[in-house]
Design a protein around this ligand. Structure first.
Ligand code: ADP
Length: 674
């Protein structure tokens, strides 16, 4: 017959008594395995060595006792049911045993009920173990919840009593709302609302709604400690007791300001992109763009573009208070941008890097150059406290800048604003570049049209006298069919005709040359060329023309200058420069110089004619570009273009100097050897 196993520690000096007890247990349905100890040492050792289901201890032994055994058990800190089985009889023994903490007391002569008591104590011990497990699990769960709440940083999670008093805190509260636990717990939760929201009764409405619906959810503005507003997502749930009564609320507040800001920025960029592709009229587009940035990104926004000559043009201004816009324009007129300014728009344009400056004007003063005090005062008067300038970059070049300022609104620029501004600038640059390219294309079309009309005019000019001469010749021949015409008359007519044909062929040649040059690199035939000789040859060819223009041509070419050049092309260069000098400087002397210095040959052609306005100097070398009206001077605007192409193909340079009314000087510099 197998009984219920039980591990018994018998604290007993008599082996017989232990046997007796075991017998009783077997009878009661147990299959005990046991060990007998009779001293504190033995018992302590047994407890530490293994685990026991029950301890049955004698009350009094020669070297140990039941109460002492109980003490020892407590000291070991293990929970094992403890029953006194005593040889001694008497109420006092029983009372003392129970007082010491034994679960039960039996006399050795009446052991029949011992198994029942043991079974009961085993059950109790089992229950106690269960209980301990549950509470340990609970403790662990609470610990984890605490850790969880502590680790949630972006969410303020706290409890509110039914009366609206805050009763808990997590670190997220400090992060989201700025309050420490002691500043927070015990306060009315209405302090988290704006005065207007309190007035409208929103706090209590939230609680009522949560109690009634089981949840309250919304997005709205809330107050941070110190009165700063932030955008929040809110969830409120009731806490209920076993009877279902609401005993409080849990509120979760998430700061969604960043997300909302991000959404606004995206909307803003989308709007800006649409606006930017709307029109090719940049002034109009940038005015609208500047307006769009106020107030989201600035109180004051300026758009400035860089012209080819390095000057900066103010294209658009938008101010929070539109009345101030004229004042800003006026300031810009009074204080034009200075290229060397070590901060702000000019620096951004120079470096292509953005600039963010807070605490203006104090932060600027140390950087400002001498003489800028007045400008700084003007900035101060405008109320600029913080600014951000981003470059407009297109194809690796800076073509302008967007500048944003916060005035006394107290807002400051940060990394996030910088990113947004850069994004905007990227889109604006593209649009600006497109419109510049468009304008350039328009200009090219205009030039081409103008050229076509000039060219047809030019080509027609020699045709009329040619036709007239030929007609006259024919008429004279018809009038006297037999008689022969005087040779001298025929020759004169033919000379004029020839001159016109020459002029025509020069024009056609020029045109063909340009299309040749434009379609690929110039093919050069290099040989040793003596430049002074070549110059004299050209002058000789122009003798008649110079006479007609009443120009004395003076040459200063003291010694031969020999280089490896293309003779025909160089001839073309000299010819073009000389013919321009005669054309634009009639009645005045023309001076040519040829010199060799430091491995280079220099050819200078100077006239004393109408000269060229400085603003045109850079473009007259371009195709079709002219600085005179076609009515006063014929020409295709191609001569100097061809000259420059040739000079550059020979590795040289050409420059022009002039003051209007005082003539022009063209200087060609060529390397002597290549
Ligand atoms: P074209 O003379 O056929 O117009 P060019 O290419 O030779 O074309 O010259 C371009 C422009 O440069 C001229 O239209 C004229 O305005 C200016 N220019 C050239 N040479 C002179 C000069 N010696 N004096 C004044 N203006 C000049």
């Amino acid at each position: 017959m197998s009984g219920r196993p039980v591990r018994v520690l018998s604290v007993e000096d008599s082996a017989d008594d232990t046997e007796l007890i075991m017998l009783e247990l077997r009878r009661g349905g147990f299959a005990p395995s046991f060990e007998r100890v009779a001293t504190a040492e033995e018992m302590g050792e047994a407890l530490r060595r293994t685990s026991w289901d029950i301890i049955l201890a004698d009350f009094k032994m020669p070297r140990f006792s039941g109460p002492e055994a109980l003490e020892l058990l407590k000291a070991e800190g293990v929970d094992v049911p403890f029953i006194i089985v005593s040889g001694q009889v008497g109420e006092d023994v029983a009372v003392e045993s129970m007082k010491a903490g034994a679960q039960d007391f039996f006399r050795k002569d009446t052991l029949t009920r011992l198994p029942v008591a043991v079974a009961r104590e085993l059950r109790e011990a089992q229950r106690r173990r269960e209980g301990r497990r549950v509470s340990a699990a609970l403790r662990e769960a609470q610990h984890h919840e605490g850790l969880l709440l502590d680790s949630i940083q972006d969410y303020a999670i706290f409890r509110v009593s039914t009366e609206g008093i805050i009763t808990s805190w997590n670190p997220g509260v400090e992060r989201v709302k700025g309050y420490t636990a002691s500043e927070f717990i015990g306060q009315p939760f209405t302090m988290l609302f704006t005065p207007e929201q309190r007035e409208r009764g929103e706090p209590m409405h939230e609680l009522r709604q949560a109690a009634a619906e089981g949840i309250y959810e919304s997005e709205g503005v809330r107050l941070r400690k110190g009165g700063v507003l932030f955008e929040a997502k809110l969830v409120l749930r009731p806490i209920r007791d076993e009877q279902g009564r609401v005993t409080g609320f849990v509120k979760v507040t998430h700061d969604i300001s960043a997300r909302k800001r991000h959404e606004r920025h995206l909307r803003f960029l989308t709007e800006a992109s649409t606006l930017l592709v709307d029109s090719l009229d940049m002034k109009e587009t940038f005015s609208r763009l500047a307006l769009l940035t106020v107030p989201l990104l600035a109180d004051l926004c300026l758009v400035e573009t860089l012209a080819d000559d390095g000057s900066v043009e103010l294209v658009a201004v938008a101010h929070r208070n539109p009345v101030q816009e004229e004042r800003v324009r006026d300031l810009r007129r009074r204080f034009p941008r200075r290229p060397e300014t070590p901060y702000g728009v000019m620096r951004v344009i120079r470096t292509g890097k953005p600039e963010l400056m807070n605490d203006v004007p104090e932060a600027l003063s140390p950087r400002a150059a001498k003489g800028e005090e007045e400008w700084l005062r003007a900035l101060e008067q405008l109320g600029i406290r913080s600014y951000l300038v981003v470059p407009l970059l297109a194809r690796g070049r800076c073509i302008g800048a967007l500048s944003f300022s916060f005035l006394e609104s107290g807002r400051r620029y940060d990394e996030e604003a910088l990113h947004l501004a850069e994004e905007l600038a990227r889109r604006a640059s593209l649009a600006l570049d497109n419109s510049l390219l468009y304008a350039r294309a328009q200009e090219a079309i205009r030039l081409r049209d103008e050229f076509l009309s000039v060219a047809s005019h030019e080509l027609k000019t020699p045709l009329t006298p040619l036709q007239m001469k030929l007609q006259a010749l024919r008429r004279e021949a018809e009038a006297s069919p037999q008689a022969s015409l005087p040779a001298e008359r025929v020759i004169r007519h033919l000379q004029t005709a020839e001159a016109q044909v020459r002029r025509l062929s020069t024009l056609v040649h020029e045109l063909l040359d340009v299309s040749n040059i434009s379609s690929g690199p110039l093919a050069l035939e290099l040989e040793d060329v003596e430049l002074t000789e070549l110059v004299r040859e050209v002058i000789a060819r122009f003798e008649a023309q110079a006479l007609k223009a009443e120009c004395a041509v003076e040459v200063h070419a003291p010694e031969p200058v020999v280089g490896r050049w293309d003779r025909m092309r160089l001839d073309q260069v000299v010819m073009n420069l000389l013919s321009n000098a005669l054309k634009y400087g009639p009645g005045k002397p023309v001076h040519l110089r040829v010199e060799a210095r430091e491995g280079r040959a220099t050819l200078t052609v100077r006239d004393e004619g109408i000269g060229i306005h400085p603003e045109h100097l850079s473009r007259i070398f371009d195709k079709f570009e002219r600085a005179v009206s076609e009515r006063n001077y014929g020409g295709l605007g191609l001569g100097l273009y061809i000259v420059r192409q040739i000079v550059e193909a020979l590795g040289g340079t050409i420059t022009a100097r002039s003051s209007p009314g005082e003539g022009a000087t063209f200087e060609v510099s060529l390397p002597l050897s290549r």
